[in-house]
Structures are given as C-alpha cells and as structure tokens.
Ligand binder design. Sequence first.
Ligand code: SF4
Length: 293
Amino acid sequence: MEAGKLVEDVAFNTIRQAVIYVPDDVKAALKKAYANETSETAKTQLKTILDNVEMAEKYQAPVCQDTGTIIFYVKAGAEVKNLHIVEQALIDATRKATKEIPLRPNAVNPFTQKNSGDNTGRFIPFVNWEIVPGGDLELTVMTKGGGSENVCVTGMLVPGEGIKGLKKFAIDAVIKAGAQPCPPTIMGVAVGGGSDIAMKLAKRSLLKPLDEVNLDAEIAQLEREIYEAANMTGIGPMGLGGETTVLGVHVDYAFRHPASFPAAVAFNCWAARRSSARIGADGSVTYLTHKGK
Ligand code: SF4
C-alpha cells in the first residue's frame, strides 16, 4: 500500500476508535466512581455516563455530540522515510472521518466565523512532532472537547510560593471550572519551561492512562494531593454534587527560568478521547490502545 494511504487509513481508524470508545482505564475509573459514590444524584449522573459509553459502543456512534478538535501527537522514528507526506495524510484522514463517522464540523475561522465544514483549517488538525530513534511511526489522536478546553488555564505564578502556589492554582482552576468541563474530569498539571511549554506538557499528560503511576515518588504524591483536594470540592459528576470531580491527575514539569514560575492546568472531560497506533518499518500496523476495535 502507498505510504500516504497507509498513514491516512491508520489515522482514520484512530479517530474512529477515539470518538466511539472511551479508553478502558477511563471506563474502569467511571465504574469505580459509580460504586463508591454515596450521593444518589452523583450515582444517577455516573450511571447515565456509563450508559452513554455503552450505547456509543453498541451503535458505533460518537460518545458525545462534540467530537472535539483533532490534535495529533506523532512520534516519528529518525529512520522513517517520506515524513513529508504525514501531515497531508492526517488532514485527509480528518476529512474522511468528518464525513464517514461522522464528526461534528468544529473548525471555525476566528476572523470570518466561517466553519470549514470538515474539521480542517489553518493549524487544524494540529500536529505535535517528536523525533525518536528507530523506524516506526507512532500516531496518537486526541479529540478535544470544547467544554473542557474552555477552562484550561495558564498562569505565571510567584516563584517564592513554589509547589504550594501550584497546588492552589490547580484547585482554583477546578473550582472556577465547576460544571463546565463535564466532570468527572482528568487534569493535566504542568510547571516550568514557559507559558507555552507548561500548557503543552499539561495537555500532553492527558494522554497518560489513569492507572499509570508517576515514577517520581514526590510527583506521584503531588498528584494524589491535587486529586484528593479536587474531589473535596464537592462539584461532583456533571457539577451536580458528589465526591467524584476528577478521575485522575497527571503532573509534568520542565526546568524554569529563575525569575519565572509558569504553570498550566489542562482538563479533559469524562469523554477523554484518545487512541494510538504504531506503523512499523515493514508496514505492519499495531493498534496500541484500542486493540480489536
Ligand atoms: S466537555 Fe466533553 S463530554 Fe462535555 S460536551 Fe464537550 S466533549 Fe462532550
């Protein structure tokens, strides 16, 4: 098969998997939350979400009407040939997915307010590139809903306040977000680098499975603290009260300028859509997150 067509087909499948199937780790966390919630309202909300997840799988339909903005994360092996064809293949896959799945057209020109109608436009789908050793091409798609995107925040904190300031910033963001990001959410929190770098790291960490424990014990502890504090806000599923406001927290960091303390909080809603696949140097395809779907 021609290389561009192969990338397009794999990208199309990852978009389809992402918008229909909530990842297994998120599904498990929703089920656990349902079992643990004591508030009847929270239980009802979680039951509705779980029914929604099941119906999407049964009818092979997107799990939410907002199929999001399409963002790709590409890990390109340094030995992969013809990398110049990848971006166009991802655009073609996005157009095909919009028509055939279908996806809601979500790409609007901010100046003319015109919707392109096919989820593509300047810098959309956005492609994050990473060059890695080897000959494989790994594609990950995140289809990012508008409600959870609207409450993402970046801030330049006071360096002297340190991690204490970061925790306050993260919890303030949860309280301010309230019901808007369709809780229970997943939080990506990042510190350092610069305002753009912090948000890039925060958003990228939303791709990590919820059951992946941070290898750094201090950061793992910080993640637990933010998780517990966020769930003490009482915002609850869909903002109607309860003990489950977030399903998980991932923290990442970069070194910072001595005078700056950039921080970012990215939210994903319960419909945390992501899917990954690897195209091997020999043209073989392995679906990494949604095997057999
Ligand atoms: S925030 Fe998520 S669940 Fe809520 S409407 Fe948007 S995509 Fe759907």
